[in-house]
Design a protein around this ligand. Sequence first.
Ligand code: ZN
Length: 289
Amino acid sequence: MSLALALDIGGTKMAGALVDDAGTILRSAARPTPAGADAEALFAVACGLVDAVADRDAAVVGVGCGGPMHSAGDAVSPVNIPGWRDFPLRSRLEVHTGLPTFVDNDAKALALGEGWLGHGRGVRDFAAMVVSTGVGGGIVLDGRLLDGADGNAGHIGHIIVEPAGRRCGCGAQGCLEAEASGTAIAAFTGRPAAEAPEEVRARTGLLVGRAVASLVALLDLRLVLVAGSVALGYGTTFFDAASAELRRSARIAHARGATIEPAGLGAEGPIVGAAAVGLRGIGVDVGVG
Ligand SMILES: [Zn+2]
């Protein structure tokens, strides 16, 4: 049996877990991501979590981290973690733990997790999305996780959904992330995203559905799985609006009938996905190539 030290790094929270090669979480810990912290203070939190769940039989470290990044996680610059710009996360963790370490985008990690043990199991073509503090995505096509030139394939948060919309952190205008992320919703409602009124919840679903309609037409997908505190927190209102917009906008024959559904692993998705990043890195079969 292979054990992975899994680390999920987001703009609001960092989580660590010891996960076996059946996807069972044996030990876990979480800390808030310190707002405004510098690179070393952030890394100290990540190391603290790894140390809290460490096991002498662990074979690998797997990390899901907010994007963008390049050089296989040796230069991470998460949009929602300003203290890390081109931070060498992979090599620093490898030195800290003495274990082989694999880093990938957090939404790509979620896609791996869903393909391994969630609702993407046995599905050769699907996308997974996170609608949370930010908006991310990962794509499995022909049974393989898409990487792209720098490993950033699937960044659906930067599809334009409102051409005259809000300015995005990336510099463009009207990106899905600038309209439907928890950060954006808090900015334009003036209160936490979890307290958004019904019409904002429905609009968030509609905009995600609009982006997904383009995605399924482009890539010949039938299934998009969505996780994240905003999507899951808004629940039926979000998914009904997203599904209605997807039906309205995805009309070409191969995209008709595509569905958008809650991801299968729920709150465990990101950390199980991070474990999958590590286990796949050392050759364990997680179902997705
Ligand atoms: Zn953007």
